[in-house]
Design a protein around this ligand. Structure first.
Ligand SMILES: [Zn+2]
Length: 158
């Protein structure tokens, strides 16, 4: 049964307060969500309905016994009722391909990302940023640059 006023989409999210007539809205349209769910930050919104969302994670590499910082960027659909802007922390869910590059949709607005805003304001004081990053403790990696001795080319021309 299709209920047009359905406000549950199968994931544990807060439904938006506004009502829209967007066909690609998981709450008020016909879009179904399935698959993975991520939390990221809107970093670019050149096209307001298709912003760019980025999130980072840590991946352990056994060979070097260190962590690698990974960064993922995807274009997502921005439903009219949610209307996220640059700097917002959003929850996104996988859905059917909505265009060539979009197969995620924003399902929840989680407020402003303070860390992103500090970066945007150009505050490069590492101490202030690190105090915010207390939740995600990062192990400092000792990167030793290997000095490669340059082999001198010896001309064998006689
Ligand atoms: Zn909607």
């Amino acid at each position: 049964m299709k209920d047009k006023n359905k406000l549950t989409i199968g994931i544990d999210v807060k439904p938006p307060k506004k009502v829209c007539e967007d066909k690609k809205c998981p709450f008020h349209g016909s879009l179904k969500v399935h698959g993975k769910v991520f939390v990221g930050t809107v970093i670019k919104a050149k096209f307001p309905r298709s912003p760019l969302v980025e999130w980072s994670a840590r991946r352990y590499i056994p060979k070097y016994e260190r962590y690698e910082k990974t960064r993922t960027r995807v274009h997502v659909h921005n439903p009219l009722c949610i209307n996220a802007v640059v700097g917002d922390k959003v929850k996104i869910a996988e859905c059917r391909p909505l265009s060539k590059t979009k197969n995620f949709v924003i399902v929840e607005l989680m407020g402003e990302d303070m860390e992103f805003q500090l970066k945007a304001e150009g505050i490069e004081e590492s101490k202030s940023v690190q105090s915010i990053k207390d939740n995600t403790k990062e192990e400092k990696q000792d990167e030793k640059k290997e000095s490669k001795p340059k082999e001198e080319n010896v001309d064998a021309s006689s």
